[in-house]
Write a protein that binds this ligand. Sequence first.
Ligand SMILES: *[C@@H]1O[C@H](CO)[C@@H](O)[C@H](O)[C@H]1NC(C)=O
Ligand SMILES: *[C@@H]1O[C@H](CO)[C@@H](O)[C@H](O)[C@H]1NC(C)=O
Ligand SMILES: *[C@@H]1O[C@H](CO)[C@@H](O)[C@H](O)[C@H]1NC(C)=O
Ligand SMILES: *[C@@H]1O[C@H](CO)[C@@H](O)[C@H](O)[C@H]1NC(C)=O
Length: 297
Amino acid sequence: MMMLFLLFLSLASHASSSKEQHVKSIFILAGQSNMAGRGGVVNDTLTGITTWDGVVPPECLPNKSIFRLSANLTWVEAREPLHADIDVEKTNGIGPGMPFASAILANRASSIGAIGLVPCAIGGTNLSQWERGSFLYRQMIGRAKAALLKVNDNGASMRGLLWYQGESDTTSIEDARSYKARLETFFGDLRLDLQFPMLPIIQVAIASGSGPYIETIREAQMGIDLLNVRTVDAKGLTLEPDRLHLTTPSQVRLGEMLADAYFQLIPSTTSNNARRNGHPCLIIHFVIGLLWTGMTT
Ligand SMILES: *[C@@H]1O[C@H](CO)[C@@H](O)[C@H](O)[C@H]1NC(C)=O
Ligand SMILES: *[C@@H]1O[C@H](CO)[C@@H](O)[C@H](O)[C@H]1NC(C)=O
Ligand SMILES: *[C@@H]1O[C@H](CO)[C@@H](O)[C@H](O)[C@H]1NC(C)=O
Ligand SMILES: *[C@@H]1O[C@H](CO)[C@@H](O)[C@H](O)[C@H]1NC(C)=O
């Protein structure tokens, strides 16, 4: 009887943690509305009420190897709209996260394992709202760290940040002109606080904006010259009638572009990852072990 009970306990605990154990590769998704996803969101111009059309293309369907860190910091099966419980003030639709994860999974050579997406994007936010110390910044770091803690698997690691922001910085020329320096500081701070100096970052050069200085922001984004940062260009992708948000097919395309850019980064990141996530830890354990032995003998 006792044996059966113990067996039951171990099965139960295995069942509740098995999902989390599977997550191997974690990606942060941050920025504003086009990262959160507005594909398929329609605005009734008479009532001003926005609704999502509910259309989920094959590239955005759930897959047992794609998880999402929910607002309550648990891994759940990822499904559209990915930011529904994060960007809660807005109506969310299709974004680039799911098609990105699908494209990464579909690449057999990647051996990336189950993917854990960490949605953090909030519509309408400008870059100063993301700077170090801000609410959004602390929220993002907190979620990223929680994501890493919520994997009971030594092989799991942070693989990168997908960043799509800048539309809200196109309204004033001062904001647009200072954007490049502020963005570099932001990326640097983030890497420092995640203790991952070479964290792969794939950013999107904006296709639209709420103000006139779109080109200034695009030049700033294209001009970022940091190691392990890649830029994919959203210009030319089809926009919703609001001329601000990418359509569902555009988001699918963007997700694939982000995945391609990620694979271009891999040669330099896999070796860094191994070194950073493995050996320093071992060395620290070794040193602590030595100190401990020294103290106790
Ligand atoms: C919807 O359309 C109305 C009228 O054009 C506009 O005032 C409102 O800002 C729009 N809402 C969104 C979320 O785009
Ligand atoms: C956390 O959120 C997920 C997805 O929204 C939900 O299914 C789950 O029940 C929540 N868990 C807790 C402990 O609230
Ligand atoms: C999940 O993704 C893998 C890799 O692309 C694919 O082989 C599989 O068919 C997908 N599963 C579902 C249920 O879509
Ligand atoms: C960013 O947005 C916040 C909140 O809307 C606003 O107070 C601030 O002035 C904006 N900052 C810049 C540099 O545009």
